[in-house]
Unconditional design. Structure first.
Length: 124
């Protein structure tokens, strides 16, 4: 059985970077370039892990987290947040969203991303 990771990130270079590195390690990856598409994927596929950018135009990653936390089918999906804001990172862990497993500050190295994804998935 394969492990599926959904990446919701509006910056194409970051999204592709994460995707290429995860696919190279055997993960199935689905990409969304905005939170609305990400929500549609979440509802339709139940990924094992979500990698989520917080700041996106239109519907933000925080909006997506809020919706996820209210829906039984998505509330238990672990989330790795990627953000450029250290202050946002500090406030996210231990926040009202218990499914946030880790917060990474951009830029993220490939070894760190793989380490965190493997660690979070192992905890499930």
């Amino acid at each position: 059985m394969t492990t599926t990771v959904l990446i919701v990130e509006d910056e194409a270079n970051i999204r592709k970077f994460a995707s290429v590195n995860l696919v190279a390690r055997g993960y199935d990856v689905v990409e969304a370039d905005n939170a609305r598409d990400g929500l549609n994927h979440l509802r339709g596929m139940q990924p094992d892990l979500l990698i989520l950018d917080i700041r996106m135009p239109g519907m933000s990653g925080m909006d997506l987290l809020e919706i996820m936390s209210q829906e039984p089918d998505t509330s238990s999906i672990p989330v790795v947040v990627i953000t450029a804001s250290e202050s946002a990172a500090d406030s996210m862990l231990g926040s009202a969203y218990p499914h946030i497993a880790e917060v990474l500050i951009k830029p993220v190295s490939a070894p760190r991303l793989i380490e965190i994804v493997a660690s979070v998935l192992k905890g499930n």
